[in-house]
Design a protein around this ligand. Structure first.
Ligand code: 0RQ
Length: 504
């Protein structure tokens, strides 16, 4: 018996991962826990991958539809993709093996906004959920579940699934009890009511996840760390971008458009977002708040230095070193960190009401400010839209950041026309590269183009972009609102595909 599994009914269901995996069948829709490499099941997916491989060896079909909160790790997406067991995947992923399966057409990928995934499952848009496999930190005597390092869609998967498998992971601090706010007030239209959240740290739900013990078929005991990838130390380029963002925020305070302690911050995944947080640590801003999705190292640093008072999120995404340090001192962070369901952390209503400042990475932007966050050369997925759309469209201010060039200068991140659009020119406000910052608020498309080219484009590409824009204006006497040369608009991407460089 484990001190982490104290409910007699559920303790009686403890079994091996291999045994638990026998409850999952070919064609099942399976909702697993996991968000940005945190809180995903560590044992059942590998056992399931073995089941799939055995079936394939016997010449039988075996594949599942896999739903999560967001990206997971090699022990989940990796092993299942490797086994050829993922037929359909939603809503966000970042695993190299799975990405390959998606890009070769083997796996179908449904790239939904993270705030939409649970509600669309509730609406019935994806079909019935057969099994939920959810990692938790502990099971209490009364059967309530102490969540772990992420919440994601766990509440919904536990409620919607016919059958439930729980993994109880001793690696998570037992002190996680009290870190979570699980909102059980969601209803379907037309029964929906306002979400009464007016402060990032406000509690509107319960500290625990609930599960119907009758549905629980197996409980698996594990002791294994989250994925916890290292961050690159901030390089000169990300420091420059972070500097532009912080300078701009200062400018907004001086013009009376932001309070001195800013507004709640959202920072996306990746190294640049992490570097912006590091830059804020050296700034004069005090008493900051965050209403975000993931807590990366940079945000914990802000809490440690006292700059950030508190943060609401749905998950951690820490380096291994930082995760171990956090786990050892978890108790000290209680009351300053609240993990919510992704429906609430990314809810348009809450984001708009709180006036969130959102900062996310991008792949490319075009001269009018359409932003591509997901695709290389219009066709190959990188990760997915994640929460960037939830935040950007509803934020008080949104920033999109990227180096001005990629692949050693062969690719310009500012292009005549984006090869895929995740955030339209109607949504995007501020673009940032190491070259500078383009404030697009209140500008017409043509004025946006001039600003983006002058401030954000790399010097190697700025004249080429200006030339494109000037000729588009000259050749469209009645199309000067958003002038384009349609035959040429995607020629930079074509050049890259045929010559390995976007340059003509
Ligand atoms: O590829 O590693 O093979 O060289 O794209 O680029 O510069 O390391 O940037 O780590 O900040 O990620 C948009 C992917 C940026 C991320 C994206 C290549 C580049 C490199 C990564 P290599 P960097 P970052 C909340 C917010 C969507 C989800 C989101 C992302 C790789 O920010 O996934 O925002 N965003 N969620 O070489 C071709 C270009 C390129 C390019 C860069 N123009 N063309 N390749 N690359 N620019 C969190 C969640 O939702 C969970």
């Amino acid at each position: 018996a484990s001190p982490r599994i104290t409910c007699p009914v559920l303790a009686g269901k403890v079994t091996s991962a291999a045994e638990a995996a026998t409850h999952i069948h070919d064609g099942d829709r399976v909702g697993m826990s996991g968000f940005t490499g945190a809180g995903y099941p560590k044992a059942v997916p590998a056992a399931l991958a073995e089941r799939a491989k055995d079936a394939h060896d016997r010449g039988e079909e075996f594949g599942i539809d896999l739903w999560t909160g967001a990206s997971t790790a090699p022990e989940l997406d990796g092993v299942l993709a490797e086994a050829g067991a993922v037929r359909k995947r939603l809503p966000f992923q970042s695993d190299p093996t799975l990405r390959e399966a998606i890009n070769t057409g083997e796996t179908e990928y449904v790239d939904t906004h993270l705030s939409h995934s649970a509600q669309q499952a509730w609406f019935g848009f994806y079909g019935q959920l057969n099994v939920a496999v959810i990692e938790v930190a502990a099971i209490l005597p009364n059967g309530l579940l102490v969540p772990g390092s992420s919440v994601g869609n766990n509440k919904s998967w536990l409620q919607l699934a016919d059958k439930v498998i729980l993994e109880v992971n001793d690696w998570h601090p037992r002190a996680y009890e009290g870190f979570h706010d699980i909102y059980y007030g969601t209803k379907l239209p037309p029964e929906r009511r306002p979400i009464q959240l007016t402060d990032p740290l406000q509690r509107i739900g319960d500290p625990y996840l609930r599960v119907d013990p009758e549905k629980v078929l197996a409980v698996v005991h594990t002791d294994a760390p989250d994925r916890n990838l290292p961050f690159k130390p901030a390089d000169e380029q990300s420091k420059a971008m972070a500097h532009h963002v912080v300078d701009f925020l200062r400018h907004e305070i001086n013009h009376g458009r932001l309070p001195k302690n800013l507004l709640p911050l959202q920072s996306g995944i990746g190294n640049v977002a992490n570097a912006v947080m590091a830059e804020l640590a050296h700034s004069e801003f005090e008493e900051l708040l965050a209403y975000t999705e993931v807590i990366q190292d940079g945000m914990l640093d802000l809490i440690d230095t006292g700059k950030l008072t508190a943060v609401s999120a749905t998950s951690f995404s820490l380096s291994a070193e930082r995760a171990e340090a956090f786990n050892a001192r978890a108790e000290e962070y209680k009351g300053r960190i609240l993990l919510r369901t992704q429906e609430v952390s990314n809810h348009p209503e809450a984001i708009r009401r709180l006036g969130v400042i959102s900062i996310n990475g991008m792949v490319e932007a075009d001269i009018y400010g359409n932003v591509n966050s997901t695709h290389v050369m219009g066709s190959s997925i990188i990760n997915g839209i994640g929460g960037s759309g939830d935040f950007a469209r509803n934020a008080y201010l949104n920033f999109f950041v990227s180096g001005s060039v990629a692949k050693g200068g062969a690719i310009s991140s500012i292009v005549p026309f984006a090869s895929h659009v995740d955030h339209t020119e109607h949504d995007t406000q501020i673009l940032v590269t190491e070259q500078g910052l383009a404030d697009l608020r209140g500008l017409s498309p043509a004025a946006r183009a001039r600003t983006i080219i002058a401030n954000c484009a790399h010097p190697d590409y700025a004249d080429l972009l200006q030339d494109y824009f000037d000729r588009a204006v000259a050749q469209n006497p009645r199309g000067r609102h958003t002038p384009h040369l349609l035959g040429e608009a995607l020629s930079w991407h074509g050049n890259y595909q045929s010559t390995g460089s976007m340059r003509p």
